[in-house]
Design a protein around this ligand. Sequence first.
Ligand code: F6P
Length: 322
Amino acid sequence: IKRIGVFTSGGDSPGMNAAIRAVVRSAKYYNIEVIGIRRGYEGMINGELFAMDVKSVANILQRGGTMLKTGRSEQFRTAEGRRLAYDQLVKHGIDGLVAIGGDGTFNGARIFGAEYDMPVVGVPGTIDNDLFGTDFTIGYDTAINTVIDAVDKIRDTAESHNRVFIVEVMGRDCGLIALRTGIASGAEAIIIPESKQGTAELLKRLETGRQDKASKIVMVAEGDDVGGAFEIGRKVKEKFPQYDTRVSILGHIQRGGKPTCMDRVLASRIGVAAVEALRDGHRNEMIGVIHNEISYTPFELSTKHHNEINNNLLRIVEILSI
Ligand code: F6P
């Protein structure tokens, strides 16, 4: 491997910059040249490629977002788009790729890797923590800390006004952000797609739960199968007109901000491991950390299965939210 390309794709996540830095600096360490590709697969197709050196990644370790920009490419979904992308890589003498992103990024990489002779390895960068093959994805820790900071603030006002708050968090169709932040912020109930509990159970919980609590927080994952926070809020209002109910959707603040120490270290470890994996002949695999050890998971598996929900965590909510 003499010259690698690096890009970020899909939704950004805090720690992506730390991963880019780790890729560029470890490549330098191994005398490999690095070409940065802007705006993910779209930039690859359009030839937005530029040479990077150790200085290009100075002072980005602590910054949120991604200096390489990101996006979701419709064109790369087509065979013609992928051919144009491959032509650009050949033109720039690239013989290996590091893809930093999530589910969609690795699905694209898997298809591309099957069509063309181009080794690709993946670095899991997504706040959703929905990839199989790593205990945590880069950005998840920062996002859940952002969420609990916000929910602690909501709790203050909820407690002052004796209100019920339905708080919706991100995660696409995965409930891991809601589950952990629900526990950490003392939510009275958590609704996640994986538990398939619907609203009936929530309404029962509110009915049978302690009535002398000043505030109640219901944490909802955006991918819930009951129609989102507003729909849940509507049902709660209908059944409990005596409650002063509000809905709060946290939205994209969850994707921004300085990465936590955990995310910076995870990104640095996986970034270095990605370059070493390419040198060692790995291809079509996502690099992760499982039980504190670097792991390699074929793209096909990493995107097909979600990280499983630990039922014990759900049980903890039941026990502690009385
Ligand atoms: O995958 C990261 C994520 O933030 C999801 O949690 C969310 O469903 C989605 O991206 C939002 O995407 P967009 O920024 O395109 O609205």
